[in-house]
Design a protein around this ligand. Structure first.
Ligand code: C5P
Length: 405
């Protein structure tokens, strides 16, 4: 069965000769079962008629931000919310420049600015325009914001030149859309995660620990695995079963967790520190059960190693993702934490009573990276994990392709 059945896709068309290929793309998306609504920029109409795309999408084509009839039927904000994915094909240099600057000077860029759903761009332009450092900067900025960039391809161009800037073929774009919805986006990627609490023994029967249930870390392991990643999960003591296909290593203490991570970290591409690692452990663990003889008893504590920071400080670190559970000002404290620990991305959440977090099935996150943020709404932890995995993969791919250049 097609993964696109019932999927709602806004296809944005900006001004470029590759717009003629978008007609075929829309046809293929419809044949695969997707619902398509087309939004054109004024420049796109110079290359292909709205009537053609209306006939192929089976829906009225939206062109103007100030179209009273359309706004009455389905306003632009509603359209931004309606979509599961916004795909702009072709994405011209001008369209990407305006998006990069956060402009909303036509219907398409307004929808993109208003929308919370994933956005993918299929760039198409003359090779000189693609190579121009202004375009490179804009593409980098958009990728940093979590926008997926599909293509361009290299080859002969309509202008007679040869080089990078050709829009991907409709069949290739269909494949990218299918991959986006069906998973498999993490094929060949190795992910190492920590989850759950740690237990720091005081004596043979007592320990220090915290309220972490491990649910978020296990949901992330499941989400990465369903995307095709090879997943190793280093887990503190939790009452959860191992997600299918995930390799699980059980540990109790922070030192055991550190050892389990450090022996495996060189073989992973992405490291996610989701465990609530105890910051301190008793300096001395009593060999026998401590008797309640004294009225007062102090336990001397020593700092545990910071596993996430240690991974991020490696000479060749994987893409690192941390969590920041805060009871106040989550964004501010998480951003400080991200910088202090030197991690690529951090997911902040409030752990105050009504807000989700520890021991609950629901949570909401603010994901922060260098130069960008994305709020993920309150939802059940498995769905939230899926949304977070999308963000991690987009940014991992962006840093990865930057390293390849
Ligand atoms: O400093 P804080 O404990 O708030 O940082 C939380 C993040 O750091 C989480 O991603 C957690 O898994 C990680 N961490 C760690 N080792 C520690 C403490 C926290 O990996 N000792």
């Amino acid at each position: 069965m097609s993964v696109l059945i019932g999927r709602k896709i806004v296809v944005g068309v900006s001004g470029g000769i590759a717009a003629y290929k978008t007609a075929q793309l829309i046809r293929l998306l419809r044949l695969a079962g997707a619902q398509v609504r087309v939004v054109m920029t004024p420049a796109a109409e110079q290359f292909i008629t709205p009537l053609t795309l209306q006939a192929l999408s089976g829906e009225p084509v939206r062109q103007s931000l100030f179209d009273a009839a359309h706004e009455a039927a389905m306003g632009h904000i509603e359209l931004a919310r309606w979509a599961d994915l916004i795909l702009i094909a072709p994405a011209s240099a001008d369209c990407m420049a305006r998006m990069s600057a956060g402009m909303a000077d036509d219907l398409l860029t307004t929808i993109c600015l208003a929308s919370e759903v994933p956005i993918a761009l299929a760039p198409a332009m003359n090779q000189g325009m693609w190579r121009n450092s202004a375009t490179a900067y804009n593409v980098h900025t958009l990728a940093q914001r979590g926008i997926a960039i599909w293509g361009p391809a290299e080859g002969d161009q309509a202008c007679g030149e040869t080089g990078p800037g050709r829009m991907l073929e409709p069949e290739q774009l269909l494949q990218s859309v299918q991959q986006f919805f069906q998973g498999g986006r993490a094929n060949g990627i190795r992910v190492l995660l920590t989850a759950g609490p740690t237990r720091e023994p005081i004596d043979p029967v007592r320990f220090l620990s915290n309220r972490s249930s491990g649910k978020m870390g296990f949901a992330l392991a499941r989400a990465f695995s369903s995307e095709g990643a090879g997943v190793t999960l280093v887990s503190g003591p939790v009452a959860l079963s191992t997600p299918a296909g995930v390799t699980r290593i059980d540990v109790e203490t922070a030192l055991e967790m550190e050892a389990a991570v450090m022996t495996r970290v060189t073989e992973c591409d992405i490291f996610v520190g989701c465990a609530a690692v105890a910051d301190y452990r008793p300096a001395v663990v009593a060999e026998q059960k401590i008797k309640k003889l004294a009225q007062k008893r102090a336990i001397e504590l020593v700092r545990n190693p910071d596993i996430l920071a240690a991974v991020a400080a490696l000479p060749r670190p994987p893409f690192t993702v941390g969590f920041a559970a805060e009871t106040e000002r989550p964004e501010e404290y998480a951003q400080e934490k991200r910088k202090a620990k030197g991690v690529d991305m951090i997911a902040a959440n409030l752990v105050a009573a009504a807000q989700g977090g520890f021991e609950r099935d629901e949570n909401a996150l603010i994901v922060l990276w260098e130069g960008g943020r994305k709020a993920l709404p309150m939802t059940d932890k498995q769905q939230l994990a899926q949304l977070l995995v999308t963000q991690v993969l987009i940014h991992y791919e962006a840093t990865h392709s930057a390293e390849d250049c």
